[in-house]
Ligand binder design. Structure first.
Ligand SMILES: C[S@@+](CC[C@H](N)C(=O)[O-])C[C@H]1O[C@@H](n2cnc3c(N)ncnc32)[C@H](O)[C@@H]1O
Length: 335
């Protein structure tokens, strides 16, 4: 896997600059690179070889603080095809799903690749991540984002284009997967194939946007009798303003993003003694199913035109990173 994001700045590194008035810009360092603004020109050579966290001046004497972006900075600013998992939820997903170094992890869908980056980091170089995505353009955005952040495509990461229901049984042997993370509109449609792929004791975790999805997937998991009783949570993180005597919660916060629901795969034939009840309503009629459209659950869909723009944007960033690092020619461009 990819090099350590520390030490003095090198050609090919992404650097986040905080300039005059706190304005942020992100650059990829090149020998001949320059950042032109109304406040003058900053040559990349002023940064190359300097320690992370340095302050450098441009041609007009304006100072910039230079830091490598943390993963949370990168995912919040990278091009998006689909809505991303926010850092607060990603952290909680890693904890509740117990993603460990060396784990074999399945995720679907891959969307913009935000969660993929967290999973790759947690599973580490000895782990393996299999990411499934049914829309090829989203898979392109995710691949480009991962390559931009890591500088290369990790060898232990496969992106499979297809619906998880068909693609998972064709990709992973039964009982061979340690952890499965589902971030999609209708995760209940995938629970049966997930149950086959998971190793006994393995964890399935679903990230859903609405309480109705949470209820439906929890009841479905419970109704299979193949998992422990599902647990659920939501994560609210409230920032604080801490300055002198003005110590108080921030006025604004990201309130709702989604819910997590997770359960562990039982051994074949096992019936845990403490599970005495069954779901009162684990099946739904056709009318209920018809309600589950992206619009009905408030999922804003990106237009095809905008999506193609995001793919090009993500690929340009990846090409820039590759060229700056002095590796091979630009990758294919989606028109
Ligand atoms: C919200 S996005 C995932 C975002 C991603 N976790 C991230 O952090 O960037 C949901 C994705 O799931 C994909 N999807 C939905 N159902 C799927 C299925 N059954 N198999 C594979 N992909 C699926 C959609 O195309 C969409 O790209």
């Amino acid at each position: 896997m990819i090099g350590r994001p520390s030490g003095p700045f090198r050609v090919g590194d992404r650097v986040q600059l905080t300039g005059p008035k706190g304005r942020l810009s992100t650059i990829t360092l090149r020998e001949d690179g320059e950042l032109h603004t109304h406040h003058g020109v900053l040559r990349h050579t002023a940064l190359i070889g300097q320690p992370d966290g340095s302050v450098v001046a441009n041609s007009a004497g304006h100072e910039y603080l230079a830091l490598r972006p943390l993963l949370r900075d990168f995912v919040m600013s990278m091009p998006r095809g689909a809505a991303i998992v926010y850092p607060k939820d990603a952290a909680q997903i890693l904890a509740e799903a117990d993603v460990f170094p060396g784990a074999v992890v399945v995720e679907a869908g891959v969307g913009s690749g935000a969660l993929s980056l967290w999973l790759l980091r947690a599973a580490g170089p000895t782990g393996r991540l299999l990411s499934f995505e049914r829309r090829p353009e989203f898979a392109d955005v995710a691949r480009a984002n991962v390559e931009t952040y890591l500088g290369d495509t990790p060898e232990n990461w496969d992106v499979v284009v297809g619906d998880l229901v068909e693609a998972l049984p064709a990709t992973a042997a039964p009982a061979s997967v340690d952890r499965v993370i589902l971030d999609m509109l209708a995760p209940w449609e995938c629970i049966e194939v997930v149950a086959d792929a998971l190793t006994p004791g393995g964890v399935v975790l679903c990230y859903v946007a609405t309480a109705t999805q949470l209820s439906r997937v929890a009841e479905f998991i419970r109704g299979t009798g193949l998992f422990t009783d599902p647990e659920a949570s939501e994560t609210m993180v409230r920032g604080w303003h801490v300055e002198g005597l003005a110590v108080r919660p921030d006025h604004r916060m990201i309130a709702h993003t989604g819910f997590l629901v997770w359960a562990r795969r039982l051994a074949p034939g096992a019936v845990p003694p403490e599970v005495k009840r069954r779901a009162s309503k684990s099946s739904y009629g056709d009318e209920d199913v018809e309600l589950w459209t992206p619009g009905a659950v408030g999922d804003r869909q990106i237009t095809d035109k905008n999506l193609r723009k995001r793919v090009r944007e993500a690929q340009r960033a990846a090409d820039g990173a590759r060229l700056a690092a002095g590796s091979e020619a630009p990758g294919p461009v989606v028109e």
